[in-house]
Design a protein around this ligand. Structure first.
Ligand SMILES: [Zn+2]
Length: 202
């Protein structure tokens, strides 16, 4: 079975939300619209209680203060991507995020997944010159992004394995059968891969 390898598991979509006084007040809206994941690398926030996710200003607020509370300019981001992105911006126009080879791509635009791809290993690479610039600037080639993606895949596979084991049991299949042994070994492997995640967060 071939699995689609998107940089993010789901495309974030900014829904229409009521205007709020501070950008921090949009946290819950952003978390929902970005499916609990960093808009840039796709790392999920669900298992990182100790790490508070950041709210990134796509066009930096230091350069474009009028966009500080504009929801369309906000990105739910892990601290690695947000800190790497910092106040970088090409030019002086908030509406021009890149020149074709340098700059950033709005993570909520369809173009994002065209400039960046996820390899079989889980590594994020640039598919275009601009994509390569984004990878370098946001440090999307950090090993943690690869490991966390592998851990997410392992968790999904493990859910499949649990369902298969439950099915075998419902059919009254012998606990010592080859099916059972194979699935249990597979489950143990997945658990080992999940350990990567803990190390990536360390
Ligand atoms: Zn990130």
């Amino acid at each position: 079975m071939t699995e689609a390898r998107l940089v993010r598991n789901q495309m974030p979509v900014r829904t229409a939300v009521a205007a709020r006084d501070t950008y921090q007040a949009y946290r819950a809206d952003l978390r929902r619209d970005f499916f609990n994941a960093c808009g840039y690398c796709g790392d999920e926030d669900e298992r990182v209680d100790s790490v508070v996710y950041h709210i990134d200003h796509f066009a930096p607020k230091t350069k474009f203060p009028t966009l500080e509370t504009a929801y369309e300019n906000l990105v739910y981001a892990c601290r690695y991507c947000n800190v790497s992105k910092s106040d970088h911006w090409i030019g002086n126009d908030a509406a021009v995020s890149h020149d074709g080879t340098r700059g950033f791509v709005d993570p909520c635009s369809d173009a994002y997944e065209q400039h960046l791809v996820r390899k079989e290993s889980g590594a994020i690479v640039g598919a275009t010159e601009l994509g390569k610039y984004v990878v370098k600037r946001l440090k999307l080639n950090l090993i943690r992004h690869e490991l966390l993606w592998q851990a997410r895949r392992a968790r999904r596979l493990r859910r499949d394995v649990e369902q298969l084991l439950a099915l075998l049991e419902s059919r009254g299949e012998d606990e010592g059968s080859d099916h059972h042994k194979l699935l249990k070994r597979y489950r143990a492997l997945n658990e080992a891969i999940e350990d990567y995640e803990l190390r990536a967060h360390a």
